[in-house]
Design a binder for this molecule. Sequence first.
Ligand code: SF4
Ligand code: SF4
Length: 484
Amino acid sequence: MNDSQIKDQDLEKLSAEEEAFRSSIGTMDKKGKRQWVFPKKPSGRFTVYRTWVAYFLLAFLVIAPFVKLPNGNPLFLFNIPKGEFIIFGFPFFTSDFFLLAIGMITTIVFIVLFTVVYGRIFCGWICPQTIFMEHVFRRIEYWIEGDRPKQMKLAKQDWDEEKIRKRLLKWTVFGLISFFIANIFFAYIIGSDALIDLIKEGPATHMSTFVGLIIFTGLFYFIFAWFREQVCTLVCPYGRLQGVLIDKKTIIVAYDFKRGESTAGRSKFRKGEDRKAVGKGDCIDCKQCVVVCPTGIDIRNGTQLECVNCTACIDACDEVMEKVNLPKGLIRYASEENIETGQKFKFTGRMLAYTLVLLGMILAINAFLFSRNDVEVKFLHVPGRNYKIEGQNISNVYQYTLYNKTNGDLNVRFELESHENGSIRILDGPPQIVLTKGNVQQGVVEVKIPMDDLSSYKEPVIMRALDEDGKVLDEYLTSFSAPY
Ligand code: SF4
Ligand code: SF4
């Protein structure tokens, strides 16, 4: 084999190594065995901002289920077994399913549009998985086991006194925090009052809830102590959708390969060297962006589905650039197009258009929420029954449906609003309906109107529901059949 053949072989091998990331994921070896990630503790501008956002969201998550509004409703409740949901203090019941469905569809469309423009900002800044993993569990790990080199050393060393002590301490703290998170999670499901009762009265009287609590504690422990970044890389459907949601104009955490590689590629830093003159890029191949990555990838390989846009590599690279006296931003928030054309990030017309659509969607769903009545009434003609002539009066029979979406019981009566001389009477019950919270009631009413007051064979009529103090709860416009 001559020299040039050996060189070709070396180049092929090198290229295969460089391209290996395309057919593998950073957290598994070739045999599919888990490769534990030991990310370096991040620090820098974005880490500080993200930490504040995370602390704010954590505080909100913990406090929200215990906050009670003046109407007695909690801020949030997702009681799936009872079909009772409270969102920002607004109660929703199974009768509001269409509103929940609209809300869910809006959320999905929102996420899609948001991702097209702003990439995975959600994953890096707001996602509960990232927040708990990076700002709670990983911080405890740094505190107990130290930074990356110490963690790697501990993982390799035998089970001596130090390793047993540190691991036991870590697992205990992880377990306690998982139990705490499970409690908060349950406060959202069963309500904070029920959770406080459970704590006061002890598990023996609420055994099934307690078993559920332990199962969720185990689940959280499993996710944050062992499964970790694999939630994002293997399980999360949102991460998997990135390939179809992002394009060249999407803002992502990106490596400026034009600047980093230049014409002669990246290479180690040499003091006093004029890198530009020899065509070397600004990347000094220090791999700080790689060791800091919580999903174990190399951002210099381009956009990858494992990247959760956590910004740790931006901070790591900025710190390096500062040390070697080169401009910051070799890794930054930018679109692929920005990098290719060398343009700086700017708020484009497309971003403005998508942002306006997103704001419009938020406004629309809020308008739905605020315009929704706590009590709803509907009157529909009983099928197969038309009008009836009774002397000088005409009568129609309707089936009523009454929804109580408040968190209290109501005494409801009906009134015919549109025809002063007419009347409305409940046929299958007392004149006042006692409607318990969150319930729906149906029944039959008879509406009677003097013939002289009618001017059409389909007379518009308005009926309304009032509470015991005479306050109008809701009204309904329908038609009244007459012989004209
Ligand atoms: S941290 Fe910056 S300079 Fe160092 S390898 Fe990564 S991109 Fe290159
Ligand atoms: S590549 Fe950078 S932004 Fe993406 S997950 Fe890794 S450290 Fe975070």
